[in-house]
Design a protein around this ligand. Structure first.
Ligand code: 13P
Ligand code: SF4
Length: 306
């Protein structure tokens, strides 16, 4: 306990010394969320990355998130405390494969989920997150949309727009392994609970849910709802803030296996080391950065509804 307190004190000292800000995703370890200056979903954290006045952004999340911050704020130093914290879904599409696919659909607009590399963003017309995917797609003039890399989010959007969505065949391993049987079991165990699901889940899981939200959307909904119990079909890290913000309410994970190992890679020691050694600096080659920024800027120009 004493050691943890000391580590946190040292993190805060170094943060001030370096004029740094700590951003953490809603799936990060509880102790990382607690020490962060801002927590949020992918959209909220991208917005924070733009607004921050600090010289250094320590990004407690996965690689594509730190990369997005580096794309949006090239004059700040962006640190990712654990370099191996990646996103398997983001690795399911490459810029080269996408260029080939684009040739098949010359009339289509290209929308990429932020869970993608800078190179893929640079090949896209606009980015989206789980919080604004439908709005982003509906904002386009084109009637056909190539949507990469998440097939589940693409399917969710397709069911909520008149546009023709051409999905890429990627998925999030953490969300994809939440099954119908998990949902049925959870509903049976907690019959009065409202079921909140993330759109990275399979269609049949979403069909068994009451509400579909991004992680911050879930937090907002749980805060304003009169319901006292919730089943949550997303990565378990979200339970930390749901419970903290809503002491009178109960939250149950739809699956015990809904854990993203990459989102758990950063602990307090890694965060401290990152501030001490100024590691690991994330940067993007300028030609790629400029094109990727266009796709992110177009997304950020669309107001948040969810
Ligand atoms: P959001 O927090 O934007 O809903 O994202 C989920 C996710 O999987 C991030 O990796
Ligand atoms: Fe990627 Fe899924 Fe982990 Fe999010 S939860 S970082 S989408 S693997």
């Amino acid at each position: 306990m004493q050691d943890i307190r000391k580590t946190i004190e040292r993190i805060n000292e170094l943060k001030h010394m370096r004029n740094a800000v700590i951003l953490a995703h809603n799936y990060e370890r509880g102790e990382i969320q607690d020490v962060a200056d801002f927590t949020g979903d992918s959209l909220g954290l991208s917005q924070q990355a733009v607004q921050q006045k600090a010289d250094v952004i320590v990004f407690c999340g996965v690689h594509f998130m730190a990369e997005s911050a580096a794309i949006l704020s090239p004059h700040k130093t962006v640190l990712l405390p654990e370099l191996h914290a990646g996103c398997p879904m983001a690795s399911m599409v490459t810029a080269g494969a996408m260029r080939e696919e684009k040739k098949k659909y010359p009339e289509a607009a290209v929308v990429c989920y932020v869970n993608s590399t800078a190179e893929v963003k640079a090949e896209s017309d606009i980015c989206c997150t789980s919080a604004n995917a439908i709005e982003v797609v509906n904002s386009l003039n084109e009637e056909e949309v190539l949507f990469v890399p998440d097939r589940n989010l693409a399917d969710y959007v397709a069911r909520n727009t008149d546009k023709r969505i051409i999905p890429w065949n990627g998925h999030c391993p953490t969300h994809n392994q939440i099954l119908v049987s998990d949902m049925i079991k959870a509903r049976k165990a907690h019959p009065d609970a409202e079921v909140l699901a993330h759109p990275e889940c399979r269609r049949e899981v979403l069909d068994l849910s009451d509400k579909i939200y991004s992680t911050t959307g879930m937090l907002d909904h749980a805060g304003r709802s009169a319901t006292k119990e919730f089943i949550v079909a997303t990565e378990k890290g979200i339970l930390h803030k749901l419970e903290k913000d809503n002491p009178g309410k109960k939250f149950y994970s739809a699956s015990d296996f809904a854990v993203c190992p990459d989102m758990k890679a950063i602990d307090l020691d890694a965060l401290l080391l990152s501030l001490e050694k100024m590691q690991h600096i994330i940067s993007v080659p300028e030609d790629v950065r400029v094109r990727a920024k266009l796709a992110l800027d177009r997304m950020l120009a669309i107001k948040r509804n969810r």
